[in-house]
Design a protein around this ligand. Structure first.
Ligand code: NAP
Length: 530
């Protein structure tokens, strides 16, 4: 168990992050990787065990966890998910305390930890309201396949009989796990969670809380801290991989011959060049203009820009570009960068020194076609921590005057507080630029004009998993450009991975098989119990 009294404060203490495999906690071995604090750079933990018995883990999930979960109805599993959320809620202070080492501020924790718990509550509620107190889910109505009605059709969904392997990115160690775990458990499928190594100590603690609650059946949840070993080569047609991370890793994993040969489901959420469009009607001086500046600033600085949905491209009407840059400069200048534990800090650190180096390299690439108009990575103030030891960066704003000729700004994602302003001539041009991300998780449009909204929906919908519209009427209650919601699908085509998560019951279906049932009415009634 992570020793909170020594973690990060005692320079001689290195936490051994464990895996939970086939009912046993297993510590790191010689194959372990070191993990450093994002804030102090000090070595705080190590994770990974080269001798992990992946076959035993898969067997345990398939033979013990799966049958126990499938014996429960959707409503029973929904109650389980709710009880887990309540239990995690009782321990969130400890999760907050540990998460600071990832560079995240208390506000960031609310997105990751409270957001993850909230997502579980929504899935629990959807399971109770929109799914039956039964084992079979009916998909759509009965189809008339015969003249006299003696032979009918119906689609049903039943749980996969394997295991879901969840591979997560470093940026949301709690939400990233829970947004996948809730629909998986609701479907009746056991999970093996593999968090990114850089922040896996937070996930480990959350997994411990859930396991110690005694709520979960044996085998329903296992954890791999460190490398996955050969696990993916041992999957079968009943298993599913849900991946969040970079396009590069996704391509490598999903194109493995074993995955392809066995048609193993692979759901990918990957990096994306999200955009925000300032509507033609949202001129400086309007509440919409101010809202746009607020949304962009928030997206650039929350989680130090390490959000898959963060705004990377700021698309504004040509005449308003100088005003947008001025307003963003003023707004970003108010970002106090520093120790995430200080309440005055608005932006903490990136997760690691290597992530900082990666962001700087990508910002340099962007700098080849765009001018940096805010933020100097060689000269910025860090409060309450060392700029040299921690993985700190300032927000960096670029201006790309010719986005038609440019390519890097549409293709290179600097996964940090980096964004580029670019001009558009007319709405069609704005749509064209937004679509040059080759598939994104989200594009937002700040407008009051219904025609603008409709034109963007028609022109950009096919390229984006989510379109977020906001204006003075909705801003008081809107949830923010960057927040994926459990009710709504999260994912995007092409570059964004081609996957979809959440979206209420839609997200549960990834872990179930849809089967067309044909037969006489009495047999259909017996199967569906309806
Ligand atoms: P990453 O390097 O691609 O890693 C993602 C996950 O894959 C980690 O758990 C990593 O484990 C694991 N992994 C890497 N190589 C593997 C292998 N050969 N076999 C099995 N697992 C392997 O991405 P990241 O640096 O953690 O995350 C940042 C990226 O994720 C950004 O590009 C961001 O845009 C994207 N992202 C997308 C979303 C979304 O929802 N679309 C959300 C968040 C982040 P280790 O850490 O142990 O290497």
């Amino acid at each position: 168990m992570l020793d909170l009294t020594r973690f990060e404060t005692d320079p001689d203490h290195v936490h051994d992050v464990q895996s939970f495999a086939a009912g046993e906690w297993i510590g790191p071995d010689a194959a372990a990787r070191d993990i450093h604090s994002a804030v102090t750079g000090q070595r705080i933990a190590r994770a990974g065990n080269g001798a992990l018995d992946t076959e035993a883990m898969l067997r345990h999930a398939r033979n013990v966890g799966g049958p126990a979960l499938r014996a429960m109805t959707f409503h029973q599993r929904a109650k389980l998910v709710k009880a887990l959320a309540l239990h995690l809620g009782q321990h969130k202070d400890q999760l907050y305390a540990v998460s600071f080492a990832t560079g995240a501020t208390q506000k960031d924790h609310l997105i990751d930890i409270d957001g993850g718990i909230g997502t579980m509550f929504v899935f629990a509620s959807k399971g109770r309201r929109e799914m039956p107190d039964d084992h079979v889910y009916l998909d759509g109505g009965v189809e008339q396949l015969s003249r006299n009605g003696t032979f009918l059709g119906q689609h049903i969904c039943t749980p996969l009989q394997g295991v879901a392997v969840h591979i997560n990115a470093f940026n949301f160690p709690v939400w990233g796990m829970l947004e996948k775990l809730a629909p998986t458990l609701l479907a009746g499928v056991p999970a093996i969670v593999k968090p990114a190594t850089a922040s896996c100590y937070v996930t480990e603690l959350a997994v411990r809380f859930m396991l110690e609650s005694g709520l979960l059946p044996d085998g329903a949840l296992q954890l791999v801290s460190g490398g996955l070993g050969d696990m993916l080569d041992r999957l079968t047609v009943q298993d599913v991989v849900s991946f969040t991370g970079s396009a590069e890793t996704a391509l490598k994993l999903r194109s493995a011959p074993h995955i392809l040969a066995n048609s193993i489901r692979f759901i990918a959420e990957q990096d994306s060049l999200n955009a925000s469009i300032l509507g033609p009607d949202a001129a400086p001086g309007t509440p919409e203009f101010d809202l746009f500046i607020k949304e962009v600033t928030r997206e650039m600085t929350t989680k130090a820009g390490q959000k898959c949905t963060a705004i990377r491209r700021i698309i504004a009407p040509d005449p308003h570009v100088p005003a947008v840059i001025d307003a963003l400069q003023a707004s970003l200048a108010k970002t106090t960068i520093g120790n995430p534990k200080d309440s005055a800090t608005r932006m903490g650190a990136l997760v690691s020194a290597s992530q900082k180096a990666d962001v700087l390299a990508k910002a340099n690439q962007i700098g080849a076609e765009a001018e940096r108009v805010f933020g100097n990575p060689d000269r910025f103030e860090v409060h309450g921590a060392s700029a040299e030891a921690g993985a700190f960066l300032p927000p960096m704003l670029f201006h790309c005057a010719d986005p038609d000729r440019a390519t890097t700004v549409h293709e290179v994602e600097a996964f940090g507080p980096v964004s580029t302003v670019m001009p558009y001539r007319d709405l069609d041009h704005a749509i064209q630029l937004a679509n040059r991300g080759h598939g994104s998780l989200v594009t937002s449009v700040i407008t009051r004009d219904g025609d603008v909204a409709r034109t963007v929906a028609m022109g950009a919908g096919a390229y984006h998993g989510r379109l977020y519209f906001n204006n003075r009427n909705s801003m008081g209650e809107s949830t923010g450009h960057g927040s994926p919601l459990p009710h709504m699908v999260h994912g995007g085509p092409g570059r964004a991975g081609g996957g979809e998560e959440m979206g209420g019951v839609r997200g549960v279906m990834h872990y179930m098989q849809r089967t067309a049932i044909q037969g006489s009415p009495d047999l259909l009634t017996a199967i569906g119990r309806k």
